[in-house]
Design a protein around this ligand. Structure first.
Ligand SMILES: [Zn+2]
Length: 89
């Protein structure tokens, strides 16, 4: 079955819309595997807590606390735009 043929319940659709709206204006960063540097996932700037990360490349599984993995790389452009927005206000 193709992804776009799946009909979601209205409440799930509504939640997705709200999530997308909330994520606007947030910056994103990459979470990389501590062992091999492979990008495991991308998270928004308001993320917090612990995450069980499974690396698809080296298969290591590690618990990451987002607070300790704040390195931002490759999002300079987006971040700059976010800062420009802040300066406008
Ligand atoms: Zn890895």
């Amino acid at each position: 079955m193709l992804r776009y043929e799946i009909i979601l319940p209205p409440e799930t659709e509504a939640k997705l819309t709200i999530c997308a709206e909330e994520a606007e204006g947030l910056t994103m960063r990459e979470i990389r595997c501590p062992y091999c540097g492979f990008v495991i996932t991308r998270v928004f700037s308001d993320v917090s807590g612990h995450y069980l990360a499974r690396c698809r490349k080296c298969k290591h599984e590690s618990v990451l606390n987002f607070a300790y993995f704040r390195r931002q790389k490759g999002f300079g452009k987006k971040r700059q735009r976010f800062r420009d927005d802040l300066n406008f206000r």
